[in-house]
Design a protein around this ligand. Structure first.
Ligand code: HEC
Length: 150
């Protein structure tokens, strides 16, 4: 009798934990960005260039191009984050640290607000992982010395 009581109490507890996790899931899942590294070798830079139409209101991509609302994005892959001279980055972006690796760029482009809460890129994000791969592979090519693919 006692054993059964314990058992049902335990499963009730498991149920409560499950319910709590379900409630928390949406915010936890938002940070779960599908990785892009395996897609880069076959991603199409031309498709990426087309997708930059979503960016050019705020960014230029050519070497020596001016900053707009956002910084110039020539040679961004593998470069230290928030390091473009003459652009007034938010403290949030300045404090991220490290280089723009493929996967950090992937996460930032998927959801700028989740990756760097409080940063100033007012852009919803690129939903499809294939589109992010294409964009990143295009941006990788915008460099005198493109970094190696993973
Ligand atoms: C509404 C304007 C806007 C749009 C649209 C936009 N960005 Fe940005 N972006 C910004 C701003 C502003 C920053 C700087 C954020 C900060 O300092 O907090 C930024 C920063 C960045 C950075 C970091 C650069 C660095 O020097 O560290 C990357 C990479 C980037 N954007 C890529 C993109 C791409 C790719 C797109 C299109 C898919 C895009 N952005 C669309 C405004 C925009």
């Amino acid at each position: 009798m006692n054993a059964i009581g314990n058992k049902s109490r335990r499963s009730l507890c498991a149920l409560a934990t499950f319910a709590a996790l379900t409630v928390l899931a949406p915010s936890a899942m938002a940070q779960d960005v599908e990785p892009v590294s395996d897609l880069l070798a076959t991603a199409d830079p031309a498709q990426g260039q087309t997708l930059t139409r979503q960016c050019i209101a705020c960014h230029t991509f050519e070497e020596g191009g001016p900053h707009r609302v956002g910084p110039n994005l020539w040679d961004v892959v593998g470069r230290p984050k928030a390091s473009r001279e003459g652009f007034n980055y938010s403290p949030v972006l300045l404090e991220l640290g490290g280089d723009w690796s493929f996967e950090d760029l992937n996460a930032y482009l998927a959801n700028p607000r989740d990756f760097a809460p409080g940063n100033r890129m007012a852009y919803a994000g690129v939903r499809a992982v294939d589109d992010r791969a294409a964009l990143i592979v295009y941006m990788r090519g915008l460099s005198a010395e493109p970094v190696d693919l993973p």
